[in-house]
Design a protein. Sequence first.
Length: 114
Amino acid sequence: MFKNRRDAAIKVADSLFAAEDAIDAALARAAEFNSTLVQARTQAQVSALVGQDAFEVAVSTYAALARARADIVETHKRLSEAKIQIGLRTVSMGDNYPKPPEALDRPARLRAVG
């Protein structure tokens, strides 16, 4: 049963990491696109009023991607807790980057003091 849980957790982790990478790539492309819009308007020497509505929608898209990133990070945190709940505390899922200390903080367990 441990092997089944571990294999399932690894499958979920691989999929999570792929989703995180995709969101980061989309954020980078959206930022690049927004920058290109600003630079192109300046290069073309047109009024800031030209294409402002398109720029606002592009910025809104970037904000939505930033929200998606926050949500996938929260998903990651919750799955880290789920991993512990199913008895896989010591199993590494191959996260490529170290987590910041605050992400690793867990409430201390209560114990009786005699």
